[in-house]
Design a protein around this ligand. Structure first.
Ligand code: AMO
Length: 431
């Protein structure tokens, strides 16, 4: 193999017919290779697009070494093309093979032969050469950019909280534990306690990070390691943070619709901007609707997947489910002022799918201790968190939104494993 100093002059999308006659150096992967008489037609792809390269016999004696998906560097001049799919083509004066791809590859990266998701995940780097997969991750990139942009416009400050923690942030269940220099430690389930504490000084904070749930769930919406988009704000209540969430969701869809047309088209989807305001349905109202359909639910019952499926048929778009019974909510959620059985809490749903949950937080430490005990959690284990409440904790509210679940809605697919690079679930720890 020849070592060539890599000095690419252009991305493929920047090569235009108006540049006819100009010499360019391109780098990319061989998508297709066809020998026709004295000429070889090579289609070259880089991250921005695809173009046609014309190789004459004096440039390439044999195509044997250059397998599909090999990495090549092409030097050549731009010229007009007769090919319908391209604006122009490159007549090569030199081709260098930089890395040869084995044949056959474990999956077809062009996607002509559909591969099972498990095979694609086992060869994830190669799967990124599939334009559908690459489009999903470009949309993920733009979604994150949109969310950050909206948070910053609303004066939120980005924080990063610890992922190795000494006690549970969300209660005792679903914790991965690990040995930390001989001490018991856990992987954080959410930034809950830290983000609340940060409202003392920074007032409005957000975090976008991986968090961990040791749930043995085998569904298209559960991961052991997922990306949570979290916010917390001083001087806001649950209705204020619902407004923030609604605004963020709508502006993210608008941003994706403006910036990811090509990617959505490749996936075979279209961004549909959600209608707002989103409906706000109380838990009690949802219970009535469900009981009309024979669900036989009583006040205080949690809504199971089967119940959410029924609600999803009644409300197929975005809606908030609000005012849940206090006793089924985490210890940090505040009760309603006028009814202590209810809480100032909400879930954001898309049809049956829960995308986010949040609420107004308790900010009286005595009440928090009571709630911890009621939930069989030891207040002593939360002492570092509780002391912050003696330092001038403002009233505050916030939410957590699952990035992968949101992406399944944006992209119109139903498995979170498609939208995270290397999913972790009860069966999958590698690659
Ligand atoms: P909750 O536990 O409801 O709330 O999580 C918030 C959102 O995170 C996403 N999510 C998941 N996504 C994929 N796989 C999982 N295993 C998983 N678990 C959760 C969901 C969910 O709606 N601290 C609170 C939020 C708050 O009140 O600020 C919390 O973590 O989309």
């Amino acid at each position: 193999m020849i070592y060539v100093k890599f000095n690419r002059t252009h991305y493929i999308e920047d090569v235009k017919s108006s540049m006819n006659g100009q010499e360019v150096i391109l780098g990319g992967w061989v998508e297709d290779l066809r020998k026709m008489g004295k000429m070889t037609f090579l289609t070259l792809r880089d991250v921005t697009g695809i173009t046609q390269i014309i190789l004459t016999d004096d440039i390439i004696k044999s195509t044997e070494d250059i397998t599909r998906q090999s990495v090549v560097r092409i030097t050549g001049k731009i010229q007009d093309t007769r090919a319908r799919d391209f604006e122009c083509e490159i007549k090569a004066s030199e081709i260098n093979l930089l890395a040869k791809a084995i044949h056959p590859l474990p999956i077809d990266p062009i996607g002509r032969l559909e591969s099972h998701i498990d095979n694609r995940l086992n060869s994830r780097a190669l799967d990124m050469r599939n334009q559908k997969t690459a489009s999903i991750f470009k949309i993920r990139h733009h979604t994150l950019a949109a969310l950050r942009k909206s948070f910053i416009e609303k004066k939120f400050i980005e924080i990063t909280t610890p992922k190795i923690i000494g006690s549970a942030s969300e209660g005792g269940a679903n914790l991965f534990s690990l040995d930390y220099f001989g001490k018991q430690a856990y992987l954080a389930q959410s930034p809950q306690l830290y983000k609340e504490q940060m409202t003392i000084g920074l007032e409005r904070v957000f975090e976008i990070s991986s968090f961990y749930r040791a749930e043995k769930s085998h569904t298209g919406r559960h991961l052991s390691e997922f990306t949570s988009i979290d916010m917390e704000s001083a001087f806001m209540s649950y209705t204020d943070v619902m407004d923030v969430l609604e605004d963020l969701v709508v502006s993210t869809f608008k941003y994706v619709s403006e910036n990811c047309k090509k990617e959505q088209e490749t996936i075979g989807n279209k961004t549909i901007i959600p209608n707002n305001p989103f409906k706000r349905i109380t838990y009690s109202h949802a219970l009535e609707e469900l009981n009309k359909k024979d669900a036989k639910l009583e006040f205080g019952d949690d809504l199971l997947d089967s119940h959410l499926r029924i609600l999803g048929e009644i409300y197929p778009e975005f809606y908030f489910l609000t005012d849940w019974p206090l006793k089924i909510k985490p210890f940090y959620i505040s009760e309603k002022e006028d009814n202590a059985e209810l809480s100032e809490s909400f879930d954001l749903q898309f049809g049956y799918l829960e995308l986010s949950s949040g609420g107004t937080r308790l900010h009286n430490p005595e009440k928090i201790k009571m709630r911890l005990s009621e939930q069989n959690l030891d207040p002593a284990k939360f002492s570092e968190h509780l002391q912050a409440f003696d330092w001038g904790m403002p009233p505050h509210a916030g939410w957590g939104l699952g990035l992968e679940r949101l992406l399944t809605v944006i992209i119109g697919i139903d498995n979170v494993r498609e939208v995270i690079l290397y999913p972790r679930d009860p069966e999958r720890l590698k690659p």
